[in-house]
Design a binder for this molecule. Structure first.
Ligand code: G3H
Ligand code: 13P
Ligand code: ZN
Length: 331
């Protein structure tokens, strides 16, 4: 089975009404945890690397680790996805590494911080689509901006997606999937008070566009993980995320891809802090990265069950990038 195009996994998820988690990766233990969870629950999965993560690993290290995850799991449909590409150049690097899906985040300028214009977004997205589709690679774009500020990802301001603009954008670009802003944000501090997502905006967008919808900033920031981090020396007061029930509602209303990075970071940090606090004599990285890997596996198993992905690995007859190339060329 192995590597499949982003478009295939999202269209299948949309058809069957479940959500596919797209889990950010930086290292081997994260990849092993995600793939163990996918195997355990028999789920299709998206493994995604941000451009920051690729740069951190000097591109090839992470690229080859992701390929290893695919090769080691022949019965699991896997998408290798670039998260928050900021330019055609970043997309070319990911395609060269063998990714089957890329995101171009043209909602922001290349600096990843300054809000862009609609015209800029259309132009950069079109240039990426021309390059990626010619190689069978699927493209996700973004319209509207998320709040929160991660390393180079996010303007810090929220601009909810305008449904009519989303429709215009999809028609103007021919993009495969669309990330929208309905009140989520990146990171561990998403809401001041109760979580509040603009489901009315999601409904309007769903009624107007006919491609899979993507939700970024979708970590739940579980209280038990924050308590564990704080118990063992961390300091994360007031961290909050998107409740599972809200994500399930979003899936019901038409979201197919759910981006999760922060929750994985929290599971790892809590486990590492616990081992080191309780065993100050330990210094072998395997002694703390092993438990971190187990904690992450368990977190993702639960997500796969909650998003409805579990059990769906068997549904796929994988399409190759060559198949996709022909399909895109015929349009
Ligand atoms: O959406 C952003 C992801 O959490 C990636 O974050 O740029 O720090 O790797 P990063
Ligand atoms: P979180 O920070 O909520 O995990 O969002 C991750 C994300 O959107 C990656 O693109
Ligand atoms: Zn994101």
């Amino acid at each position: 089975m192995a590597l499949i195009p982003g478009k295939q996994i999202l269209e299948e998820a949309r058809k069957k009404g479940y959500g596919v988690g797209a889990y950010n990766v930086n290292n081997m233990e994260q990849l092993q945890a995600i793939m163990s969870a996918a195997k355990e629950t028999q789920s299709p999965v998206i493994i995604q690397a941000s451009r920051g993560a690729l740069k951190y690993s000097n591109f090839t290290y992470l690229g080859y680790l992701m390929k290893a995850a695919v090769i080691e799991n022949p019965n699991i449909p896997v998408v290798m996805h670039l998260d928050h590409g900021n330019s055609l150049d970043s997309v070319i690097k990911a395609v060269d590494l063998g990714f089957s899906s890329v995101m171009i985040d043209g909602s922001l300028m290349e600096d990843g911080k300054t809000a862009s214009t609609y015209e800029y977004n259309v132009k950069v997205t079109r240039s990426v689509i021309e390059y990626a589709h010619a190689r069978g690679v699927s493209v996700e774009a973004e319209i509207g901006t998320l709040g929160g500020l991660e390393d180079g990802v996010g303007s810090g301001n929220i601009h909810l997606t305008d449904p009519k603009e989303a429709k215009k954008f999809v028609d103007a670009t021919g993009v495969d999937s669309l990330a929208i802003a309905i009140g989520t944000s990146h990171g561990a501090y998403k809401f001041k008070g109760a979580a509040n997502l603009a489901f009315d905006v999601l409904k309007e967008i769903r009624a107007l566009i006919d491609i899979p919808i993507v939700l970024h900033g979708a970590s739940s920031v579980p209280k038990e993980l924050i308590d564990e981090v704080n118990k063992y020396g961390g300091k994360m007061p007031g961290a909050t995320g998107v409740p599972i029930a809200s994500l399930q509602e979003a899936i019901k209303l038409g979201v197919s891809k759910i981006n999760v990075d922060t929750d994985g970071r929290l599971a790892i940090t809590a486990a590492v802090r616990k081992v080191l606090a309780e065993n100050p004599e330990k210094f072998d990285p395997r002694d703390y990265l092993g438990p971190a890997r187990t904690a992450l596996t368990n977190l993702i198993i639960t997500k796969m069950q909650n998003f409805g992905t579990a059990g769906h690995a068997k549904d796929y007859t994988p399409k190759s990038l060559e198949d996709m190339k022909k399909l895109y060329a015929s349009k």
